[in-house]
Structures are given as C-alpha cells and as structure tokens.
Design a protein. Structure first.
Length: 125
C-alpha cells in the first residue's frame, strides 16, 4: 500500500485555491494534527466525507459542512437570545435538541430557536 505524504493543507489548497476559506483551513489543520479518521469521528461523519471536503469534491450541502466544521473546530461564539454569548457548537446542539423540553431553559430554546436569526437550520417560509 502506497503512503501519500501530501499534507491535508496542501490537498486543500490544491482543491480550493489560495487563500483557503477559514473553515477549510481549520479542517485541514485538524486532520494534519491528528488524522482524517479522528476528525471524522469528532464531526460524526466518515473519513471519506472529510476527504471530499478537503479536496473540494463533496457534492452535498457545503453550508452545512462549513457550519459543522466551524462549530467543532472554531472558537466562535454567538449571542443567543436565551443564554447570551455561547459557543457556536452549543447553539447547534440546543437548536437541534430532540425530545421533550425537560426544564425551563430547554423550553425557552424550543420556543425561541425556530425563529432565531442565528438559526441557519430554520426553513424560510
């Protein structure tokens, strides 16, 4: 089996060009620091998904991929109308929460997230 010594960052630059979008830079750097398999596990996706994102051959929803990478590897915060400044990852988790709202904060998120301007998951009517 041949080993490809090309870095993920180099592959990303080949696929995306320079300068890299910030989220692609974060993804490639994370893969170079560990492995595509480890990164895929943190994203809840497959290694092939990560590879296709890096090489810009993924044909799915790039906005969703960007949001997932930024939430997992970025240090962004958002100003949540319910909880104030929270990490983007927390925003994604709270707005995608399934099941019954078991406490006051969960009820507030269930009520506010569907119409929140930060919520990129909401469908435009």
């Amino acid at each position: 089996m041949a080993f490809n010594s090309e870095s993920n960052f180099t592959r990303a630059e080949t696929g995306w060009g320079k300068p890299l979008p910030e989220w692609v830079r974060l993804l490639a750097a994370a893969c170079d620091q560990s492995s595509q398999r480890d990164v895929a596990g943190k994203l809840g996706k497959s290694s092939a998904y990560v590879s296709r994102l890096i090489s810009r051959t993924y044909t799915g929803d790039m906005a969703e991929a960007e949001s997932l990478v930024r939430a997992t590897y970025g240090s962004e915060t958002v100003n949540c109308p319910v909880a104030g400044d929270i990490p983007l990852a927390g925003c994604r988790t709270n707005r995608r929460r399934k099941g019954a709202a078991v406490n006051l904060v969960h009820r507030l998120w269930a009520r506010n997230c569907p119409t929140c301007p930060i919520n990129t998951d909401r469908s435009e009517a």
